[in-house]
Design a protein around this ligand. Sequence first.
Ligand code: 3PG
Length: 209
Amino acid sequence: MTADIADLLRGARILPVLTVPETASALPLADALAEAGVSCAEVTLRTPQALDVLEAMAAHGGLTVGAGTVITPRQAERAVAAGAAFVVCPGLDTEVIATCHELGVPVLPGIATATELMRALSVGINTVKLFPAEQIGGTALLRALAAPFPQVRFVPTGGIGADNADDYFAEPSVLAVGGSWLTPAQALARGDYQCIRDLASQAVQRSTP
Ligand code: 3PG
């Protein structure tokens, strides 16, 4: 039985999107995020070491770790083999969704239009990533999509940061907010986990009413 992605994200409220070039960063990054109170994170498959990073962060045990930027069924299989507890896609691909359902792993596909949302509903998905949220219309678009689809919960991601996250947290249709702003590439490159811990703590505090 496939667990509901909503169950995973409802309590988390924040979904950090992690693009991690070095496997050595995995454990200190997991420590920093867990210490800040983050409970869920997504490792994007955008670096050669992504599956190793995912495996190490999943084994850390302090966070529920999923795979992001999954665009093929094969990537979903490899991510789950590496320990991914959920799969996030930038768009809607019914083959990837079917593979995740077969694997019994929750999947959060991306949508940007009402048509894509209807397609998601037709394959049994009612929690979606709204991507790229800010660029396609922000909270105004989110509200316009939420009105005809009251059964849908959104995880807006893309262009969200400390300056506008509150606007999304305030939306009743928003389950969690995703983004890379907690883990700036420069902070990761210089091993500044204190910076990441501080950004993550601030986001966690703001995400809780
Ligand atoms: C993603 O993969 O979800 C996005 O790249 C995150 O978008 P952001 O970097 O604008 O937060």
